[in-house]
Design a protein around this ligand. Structure first.
Ligand code: B3K
Ligand code: ZN
Length: 855
């Protein structure tokens, strides 16, 4: 089996060996850390198999069994495996390895982030620390001793409880930690460094005191309070909502600047990207505050959904991720506006998950074939996975869902299980049959629904027919019908009626009696299923729904459909007249007294990514021009109203409560419309200069990047000088420059690559420039010359050697090239072929390029 061979779900076999305890000793050093790993190993069957341990980028120092050293003839060593023939069924195995944290730019295993040592083991990073059975169904009790220089590394942290500590000769010290819970190695963590610590405590519902500690870089303590408050809210919410209590005496969070993703739920010791911990008025936007709270909650919720009950194998990743995303979404909905939270979830799904599900890397939420597991931490597994859990919640109802969760923990606490186990617990607890529903786990692609209305005036019967199509793909040529809940509302002059329809067949018709006029249908209330809907409703009906539908998602969605209709027509017909219906509908919204945050969502145009999904092989520039026309049309038609709303909320003192956040959101949407008109450009520098918070400052700068004139340069220079020493804010600065709406962006990009603060080695920084350009500057990323694509491909080439995970994420817009016109497809394909020919192509990129080029 070669390294790049795919692993297949159907090939799963239980391990021939178990490991009951593992004692790790780390002698930390920048370039030569020594890891001593003593394991108690037992055979689980009579297969008499060799013990095959995973290990990568390790220097093996020694191996011994029951204290007897093995020499080289006694084992076989390759770049990825250590194979040891064994004759006993129970034995102690000690392996000593040497690793080089400083050279580890992939940021998997043990690495250095600034001055601190830290680890990232999920999915398969532990094998870069020591030889081990690196799979989630092998669960052991971990004891970890860390030895390091006392001055440089005063804090030595690992999972569980501290059981010993002391000083050692030569200025060294040690701390020993023991985690009483069995866990797979992907949940192992170690951190060593010098930090400021924010300490607090939480009394659980049963009265236990839990110490809470947040570790941040020195000088950043004042930015950790929001994270701490978020943690406490999460702990309380999980007790109240699911009866789930924290289980150790201490919960630690460490913020680091070098991190591949958002955060990691290691047992008792979460490691976080500092982006999702640090927040204060001056440096964090309202969105940053929201995200810090959501990610803190997400990782905390993993303690039960992920850690106490974990995955049998990595194909089951959505067991913990889909469920935990659903839980964090529910939490955010309870903490803030449920409607706005839901709308934002749907935007992400439509803009990005649908594209993934239609592209070359499409996979079911439970993938069946994986080359590099890190490639499967996707919007599909996470966000669509959460939608699947949400549908179970809708089909069962809240109370039955809770019963299902209780049964799930009763059956599986302390175990490594499958998605089927979860769904079975839900079905058994509720008595609701979920057999057909399980297809959501094995089928990829976004289902498409077509809705047909019929009204019989004589019988006074309204009927609604819904068809579902699950289009075949190369990998899945035959797909079955799915079981999905469709919530609707029928609206007439006499009233409104809500229904929840269960669609299970390819076509079903529902009849509603006693209608003396045809009702207007609000379809898919709350976005009750992750589907595309083809339901031609008239502009008049949509305008009515925008105001009259009971469900906020439906009201918002009707507005989005109306706007989408106009924009897509404009893509085809450049001289199409925009009607007053649009102006009237949006004027009504602006004048209404609904939550300003919801207004902001209603006024926000569907994004480029959401729209391109509705076109076939589109010219991206034609789409952008159409969006711009509608934006200008609304700005001109609603100037007075926009300006009134803007003035109403501009210039207030900063407050961090829901109402103020909502008002800022609305104000800044108004700003972005108004500043598409030259006579309002001056608002940009005015707002920038008077701002007392990052939300308003950034909104002004985004506006500046759109107008791209000398004011832009001035503001950018000012901002750079002010924030040069603050990495997370400088990330924003890089992103805004990457979004410059001018041909000049290319020369800017080139000079930013050589900016003293730029480095591809820091994932946040790499993403802030390269990712932001590819995702937030469609006009120049997709420019006809192909320069944008070339720029991205060049950077991916370098990242391939530095950090394959980051490279593999950034390649997404290129592999989805079939969405664009044939000329662009050709240029992108050339870039992909060049990348595929790289001499040291990582398996992360290789898997995606194979799927794309053989699509
Ligand atoms: N479980 C981690 C993600 C690990 C990603 C590995 N490439 C964070 C989370 O989902 O909570
Ligand atoms: Zn997660």
């Amino acid at each position: 089996m070669t390294d790049n061979a795919a692993r297949i779900l159907a090939d799963y076999q239980a391990s021939d060996f178990s490991i009951s305890t593992i004692n790790l000793t780390f002698e930390l050093s920048d370039t030569a850390t020594i890891v001593t790993n003593e394991m108690s190993v037992s055979s689980t069957n009579n297969n008499h198999a060799d013990l095959v341990l995973n290990g990568e980028h390790l220097t093996l120092v020694s191996v011994s069994i029951d204290g007897v050293a093995l020499n080289k003839e006694h084992y076989e060593l390759t770049e990825t495996l250590l194979t040891i023939p064994v004759s006993k069924s129970d034995f102690s195995l000690t392996i000593v390895t040497e690793i080089n944290p400083v050279e580890n730019t992939a940021l998997e295993g043990l690495f250095k982030s600034g001055g601190a040592f830290c680890t990232q083991c999920e999915a398969e990073g532990f094998r870069r620390i020591s030889y081990y059975l690196d799979r989630p169904d092998v669960m052991a009790k971990f004891t970890t001793k860390i030895i390091a220089d006392k001055v440089k590394y005063p804090y030595l942290l690992s999972n569980g409880n501290k059981i010993a500590q002391g000083d050692l000769p030569n200025g060294m010290h040690f701390v020993t930690w023991q985690d009483p819970f069995l866990k797979p190695c992907y949940l192992f963590a170690l951190v060593a460094g010098d930090f400021d610590v924010l300490s607090d405590s939480y009394k659980t519902v049963s009265g236990r005191d839990v110490a809470l500690e947040i570790f941040v870089d020195r000088g950043n303590l004042f930015k950790a309070h929001h994270a701490m408050a978020s943690l406490k809210k999460s702990m309380q919410w999980d007790e109240e909502t699911f009866g789930l209590e924290y289980d150790l005496d201490i919960y630690m969070i460490v913020a680091v600047d070098f991190f591949n993703m958002g955060a990691m739920e290691n047992k008792g010791l979460n490691v976080f990207n500092s982006k999702f911990v640090l927040a204060d008025q001056k440096t964090a936007t309202d969105t940053d505050y929201f995200n810090v709270e959501a990610v803190i909650a997400h990782e905390y919720f993993h303690n039960w959904t992920g850690n106490r009950v974990t995955c049998r194998d990595w194909f089951q990743l959505s067991l913990k991720e889909g469920l935990t995303v659903f839980r964090d979404q529910q939490f955010s909905a309870d903490m803030h506006s449920a409607a706005v939270t839901r709308i934002q979830n749907v935007r992400v799904l439509r803009a990005h998950q649908f594209a993934e599900d239609a592209g070359p890397m499409a996979h079911p939420i439970r993938p069946e074939k994986v080359v590099e597991m890190n490639n499967f931490y996707t919007l599909t597994v996470y966000e669509k996975g959460a939608e699947v859990i949400r549908m179970i919640h809708t089909l069962l109802g809240k109370d039955n869902f809770r019963k299902g969760m209780d049964l799930y923990f009763e059956r599986f606490d302390g175990m490594a299980v499958t998605c089927d186990d979860f769904v079975d617990a839900m079905a058994d607890a509720s008595g609701i049959n979920l057999q057909q529903f399980k297809r959501w786990y094995s089928q990829s692609g976004t289902p498409e629904l077509t809705v047909i209305e019929a009204y019989d005036e004589i019988k006074q019967v309204f009927s609604l027919t819904v068809k579902q199509v699950n289009a075949p793909s190369k990998v899945q040529p035959v797909k079955g019908n799915l079981h999905l809940p469709i919530k609707i509302e029928l609206i007439t002059d006499n009233g409104k009626a809500q229904h929840c329809l269960a669609l299970t067949e390819s076509e079903q018709t529902w009849q509603f009696k006693g209608y003396n006029a045809k009702p207007i249908v609000a379809f898919l209330s709350g976005f009750s299923a992750p589907v595309k809907v083809n339901f031609p409703q008239s502009n008049h009906e949509l305008a009515t729904l925008m105001v009259d539908a009971s469900d906020a998602f439906n009201r918002w969605d009707a507005g989005q459909s109306l706007l989408t209709g106009y924009i897509l027509t404009l893509v085809k017909e450049s001289e199409f007249d925009l009607t007053e219906t649009l102006i009237a509908a949006f004027a009504k919204i602006l004048a209404s007294d609904i939550d300003p945050a919801l207004k902001a969502e209603q006024l926000t145009l569907p994004s480029f990514d959401e729209l391109i999904d509705k076109l076939d092989q589109a010219d991206p520039i034609a789409l952008l021009d159409a969006i711009q026309k509608v934006r200008l049309f609304l700005a001109k038609g609603l100037t007075k109203e926009l300006s009134l709303s803007y003035q109403k909320f501009q210039g207030q003192d900063y407050k961090n409560d829901g109402q103020s956040i909502a008002e800022r959101a609305l104000k800044n949407v108004c700003l972005s419309y108004l500043t598409s008109l030259p006579e309002y450009h001056e608002l940009i520098s005015k707002q920038y200069e008077s701002s007392d918070n990052m939300t308003d400052t950034l909104a002004a700068l985004v506006g500046a990047a759109k107008i791209a004139n000398n004011v832009t340069d001035q503001l950018m220079t000012d901002f750079e000088q002010q924030w040069y020493e603050t990495p997370l804010v400088m990330d924003k600065w890089f992103s805004i420059q990457a979004g410059l709406d001018s041909e000049k962006v290319f020369s800017h990009l080139e000079s930013l690559l050589t900016h003293p603060l730029f480095t591809l080695k820091n994932p946040n920084r790499a993403r802030s420039l390269i990712g932001a350009f590819a995702q937030q500057n469609p006009r120049y990323f997709h420019c006809e010359s192909g320069k944008g694509y070339q720029f991205l491909a060049q950077q991916i080439k370098q990242l391939n050697d530095i950090n394959p995970q980051v490279a593999s994420r950034l390649i997404t817009p290129l592999i989805q090239f079939e969405r664009f016109d044939s000329q662009r497809q050709k240029i992108i394909k050339e870039q992909l072929l060049e990348l595929a020919a790289l001499p040291n192509l990582s398996k992360d990129l290789q898997e995606k390029l194979d799927a794309t080029l053989n699509h």
